[in-house]
Design a protein around this ligand. Structure first.
Ligand SMILES: Cc1ncc(C[n+]2csc(CCOP(=O)(O)OP(=O)(O)O)c2C)c(N)n1
Ligand SMILES: [Mg+2]
Length: 307
C-alpha cells in the first residue's frame, strides 16, 4: 500500500522541493557539522566534503525521492558517493534530512560507529553503496540502474565522483557500459574542484597545475550526454539535475564546477586541506565565517532573492 501510494507520487513527478535560500542555509549548517565532526574525531577530510556539500544538499533536499522513515524503500532514488573519503558530508546531510540523529555525528570515525571514515552500507541504513576505494562507485551505479530497468522500477541513480577519481580506469569501463545500455536513469556528477590529494601526474612526478582534461568532452566521447554547472549555485544545480532527468536515451554526466574547501576562506583551493583536522582556533574562525554567510543569506532573502 505504502509503495503504491509512493508510486502515485512519483507518477505525478513530485520532488521534495526546498527554496534556494533554505538550500543555502542547509549547506552552511552541513559545513558546520562537517568541521565539528572532524575536529571531534581528530581525523577526516575537509576539502572534498566542503566541495560536494552543496551537491549533496541539493540532491537530498530538492531532488531525491527518499523516505528517512523507510530507507530501504525499493523505489527510492539511489545516491552513491563514489568519492567515499567525503563521507562526513554525506552523513551530515543525511542527519539534517532525518536519516540519523545529528548528535550521532559526534561518533564519526570511532571504531564502533555507524559513521566510518568511508561509507559502510552494512552499518548505516540510507547508504546505497559502500565506497572509499576510488574509481569503484560508478560501476554499482550502472548495475543498480540496470536492475531498476529490468525490474520495472522507476527510480533514478545518482553517482558523485571526484575529478581526481576519474583517473581510475574502472570509471571508464562503467561509462562505456552505461552508454551502451542507454541508461538514461543514471547521472554521474563530477565534483570538478580541479584538485586531487597531492597534484596531477606529470612527467616529472606531480604538478599542482591541472592538466588539460575536459571531463565533459571525455564523457561525450564515451557516449554520454554531458553538461556543466556551478556546483555551489543551487538554482544552477537544480537546472542541471532537471536537464539530466529530461534527457532520454543516454546517461548524463554533470560536470559541477566546485571549489575544494568551499565556504572556509583558509581552506578554499588549498590541497593541504584535503585531509587536515581543524584546530580549536580554526574551528572558531570557520564558525564565524559561516555565521557571516548565514547573515548574508538573510539579507539576500529580505531583498527577495529566494526561489
Ligand atoms: C584506489 C584509491 N587510491 C587512492 C586513494 C587515496 N585517496 C583518497 S582521496 C584521494 C584524492 C581524490 O581526489 P578527488 O577525486 O579530486 O577528490 P576531492 O578533490 O573531491 O577530494 C586519494 C588519492 C583511495 N581512496 N583509493
Ligand atoms: Mg578533486
Amino acid at each position: 500500500m505504502e509503495v503504491a501510494e509512493r508510486t502515485g507520487e512519483r507518477a505525478e513527478g513530485a520532488h521534495h522541493r526546498t527554496p534556494v535560500a533554505e538550500l543555502n542555509r542547509l549547506g552552511i549548517e552541513a559545513r558546520r557539522l562537517i568541521l565539528q565532526s572532524i575536529h571531534a574525531a581528530g581525523a577526516g577530510h575537509v576539502g572534498g566534503p566542503l566541495s560536494c556539500a552543496d551537491l549533496l544538499v541539493n540532491l537530498y533536499f530538492d531532488r531525491l525521492r527518499v523516505d528517512p522513515a523507510n530507507p530501504g524503500w525499493p523505489e527510492r532514488d539511489r545516491c552513491i558517493l563514489s568519492k567515499g573519503h567525503s563521507s562526513i558530508a554525506l552523513y551530515a546531510v543525511l542527519a539534517l534530512r532525518g536519516f540519523l540523529p545529528v548528535a550521532e555525528l559526534a561518533t564519526f570515525d570511532a571504531a564502533d560507529s555507524r559513521l566510518q571514515g568511508h561509507p559502510d552500507m552494512t552499518a548505516l541504513p540510507g547508504l546505497d553503496m559502500s565506497t572509499g576505494s576510488l574509481g569503484q562507485g560508478l560501476s554499482p551505479g550502472v548495475g543498480i540502474a540496470l536492475g531498476g530497468r529490468l525490474r520495472g522500477l522507476p527510480f533514478r541513480t545518482w553517482v558523485i565522483v571526484g575529478d581526481g577519481e576519474i583517473q581510475e580506469g574502472q570509471i571508464w569501463e562503467a561509462a562505456f557500459t552505461a552508454a551502451r545500455l542507454g541508461l538514461d536513469t543514471l547521472c554521474a556528477i563530477v565534483d570538478y574542484n580541479r584538485l586531487p590529494q597531492f597534484g596531477w601526474p606529470d612527467r616529472g612526478g606531480y604538478t599542482r597545475t591541472e592538466p588539460v582534461d575536459d571531463p565533459a568532452g571525455k564523457f561525450r566521447a564515451f557516449g554520454w550526454h554531458a553538461i556543466e554547472c556551478d556546483g555551489h549555485d543551487h538554482a544552477a544545480i537544480r537546472a542541471a539535475f532537471d536537464a539530466a532527468e529530461a534527457h532520454p536515451g543516454q546517461p548524463t554526466c554533470i560536470v559541477a564546477h566546485t571549489v575544494k574547501g568551499k565556504g572556509i576562506s583558509f581552506a578554499e583551493g588549498d590541497y593541504l586541506w584535503h585531509a587536515k583536522v581543524p584546530t580549536a582556533d580554526e574551528l572558531e574562525r570557520a564558525g564565524a565565517e559561516l555565521d557571516a554567510l548565514l547573515a548574508a543569506i538573510a539579507v539576500w532573502e529580505e531583498e527577495g532573492g529566494s526561489t
